[in-house]
Design a protein around this ligand. Structure first.
Ligand code: FES
Length: 104
C-alpha cells in the first residue's frame, strides 16, 4: 500500500481534477463540491481515459470520453452502458490541508 500527497486542498477546487500515477496505476482525483473522490483512470469498457471525461459535480459522476459511459465517483460503478463493470476506487483523505491518496 502507498499513500502519496496529491496537492494542497486549495490547488484542487470543486470541478477540478488531478491525474497521477502511483505504483503503475493511473488515478484521477476529483473535487465534487467539496467531496473528494479517486478512481482508476481507465474505463472498464475499453480502457478509455476516464480522468479526462466530463465531470458532473452535482451528481458526482464522470463520463468516459471514448463511448460515453457514466460512472459514479463514490462507488466506481457504471450508471450507463456500454460499461457494465465497476472501476476501482481509492481512499482520499486530507491532513493539514494536503490531499492524500491511498493506493493498494
Ligand atoms: S471506453 Fe469508456 S465507455 Fe467505452
Amino acid at each position: 500500500m502507498s499513500t502519496v500527497d496529491v496537492c494542497t486542498l486549495a490547488e484542487l477546487p470543486s470541478g477540478q481534477r488531478r491525474q497521477l500515477s502511483v505504483e503503475g496505476i493511473d488515478v484521477s482525483v476529483f473535487n465534487c463540491e467539496g467531496r473528494l473522490f479517486a478512481i482508476e483512470d481507465r474505463c472498464s469498457h475499453d480502457d478509455g481515459p476516464l480522468g479526462e471525461g466530463d465531470l458532473d459535480t452535482a451528481a458526482c459522476t464522470v463520463e468516459c470520453p471514448r463511448h460515453g459511459a457514466k460512472f459514479d465517483l463514490a462507488s466506481g460503478r457504471p450508471l450507463t452502458l456500454p460499461a457494465y463493470e465497476p472501476v476501482e476506487t481509492f481512499p482520499v483523505t486530507v491532513e493539514d490541508h494536503i490531499i492524500k491518496l491511498e493506493v493498494s
